[in-house]
Design a protein around this ligand. Sequence first.
Ligand code: ATP
Ligand code: MG
Length: 570
Amino acid sequence: MAETIEADKSAESKGLSFVEQIIVDDLKAGANSGRLQTRFPPEPNGYLHIGHAKAICMDFGAAEKFGGKCFLRFDDTNPIKEDTEYVDAIREDIHWLGFDWGENERYASDYFPQLYDLAVRMIKEGKAYVDDQTSEEIAAQKGTPTTPGTDSPYRNRSVEENLDLFERMNKGEFEEGARVLRAKIDMASSNMHFRDPIMYRIIKTPHHRTGTTWKVYPMYDFAHGQSDFFEGVTHSICTLEFVPHRPLYDYFVDFLTDGTYRPRQIEFNRLNLTYTVMSKRKLLQLVKEGLVAGWDDPRMPTISGMRRRGFTAKAIRNFIDRIGYTKIEEAMISVSLLEHAVREDLNAIATRCMAVMNPLKVVLTNYPEGQVETVEMENNPEDAAAGTHKMPFSREIYIERDDFMENPPKKFFRLAPGAEVRLKGAYIIKCEEVIKDAEGNITELRCTYDPESRSGLPGANRKVKGTLHWVSAPHAVDATARIYDRLFNVENPSAEEGDFRDLLNPDSLTLTEGIKIEPFIAENARPGEKFQFQRIGYFTPDPDSTPGNLIFNRTIALKDSWEKAQKKNV
Ligand code: ATP
Ligand code: MG
């Protein structure tokens, strides 16, 4: 282990991950005629999640960086769980992340004929046999890492009988589970994967590509290395749980290689995030049981969910870049690291604008009725090229209910009876009167404005302690905000006893209806658009949004820098 860590460090000092270092060394040594080919091998049994993004960035990234190719290979060896919906979603997500495989889209099912031929060859060589036992019986004979397994009573069948049975398995003569094909290796091996692993099982569900051609389907271990070989993959990069599978990977490749070329499996640590589950089985359960609105629900750790939420591909890639690749199993990466990368990118690109989440009407009693002024708002202080947009100002405006207190504590620098605040980009106002309904709820504020306090006028630099966001009431457009919080209440849902669904955060989604947005936002509420509602957070239009029913997803809250800055001004 110490050696591995050393290797990691030396690679890092050159700015390369240990995987990239292996690739560079292989290329330098002329392995596989100096060719570099990787693959990303998703099983189309669910949508891609942020963990897959880590693998994608490595597989496609390394190929791009060192002049190789990366194939997209769907690992479609189990028709029971797989679907073309997933194939399409996977393609879309990889493209969105910024990678492309061109012509190089393949399916493990493309290799079913070659895999079958190899199985037949292994039977003929006495290296594979048909086992009639149930999966329970086979599991019971497996032994433990410290005690050898027991030979199957069918282990020494004749080649002829094995060939006949395997062929009939594939014709559909036997029920699912009645028989399997196993490699005849070593029931006493210290590597459990060598204890006569299953190569083929019977499945009668039609396959999304090959239909009913096959009734036997290869197991992952019998398909993956050989598919890599048939495809020409040189570096087969995967996650650490495959380390113990590597000898078996090599064992099967040995049947195929003539020694001039062979794919090499390299493993890195998988990504686990706090407050998140990454198991596709659990994510599927959330979707199937309607506990979320679908695979692309903005609370899901899926690429499509994050996209819908308003995360950017750049933020995700920056995050992956920062966490890096090692040989050490890391317990958990904090989700706040991902959120930091999202804020960082949105800060650079999001259009600043104003929206009031919980509106309180303010009437400026000394402002001429019917008058409308236009104020110029900077679109992004981080980006001079982003320009400005216009915002109407009038006699009636909305401010945030929270920005007013009738009996404020000492350090409340927002609006209160008799107090002054600046409306961002516009005038200073002073609260003169509080209007209430019969129940005593505040319904409106009457204020006066200082006509000299606007930018370009003599009072423009007059200092007041608070600055509020606002929208002009007659111009404001109504919208709904979907506010997301963490999907789970506990840091590591997978480590808890019991049902993971009991750990769901009941407040992971709250709807805020009747928010008031400035007209500019409504006019630009196209899918994918990124806004910063000032002092509130980053928002993006949801695909459900229509011009008559605007819906925004809160991507993430601001790290309340505004509030902090105000505190500093005290
Ligand atoms: P399962 O096999 O249980 O359905 P999986 O997450 O392994 O789920 P695959 O579609 O087989 O799903 O994964 C495709 C590739 O993505 C594999 O190479 C796998 O190692 C990688 N991958 C999956 N999850 C992660 C993760 N959390 N971090 C990094 N890589 C991952
Ligand atoms: Mg897998």
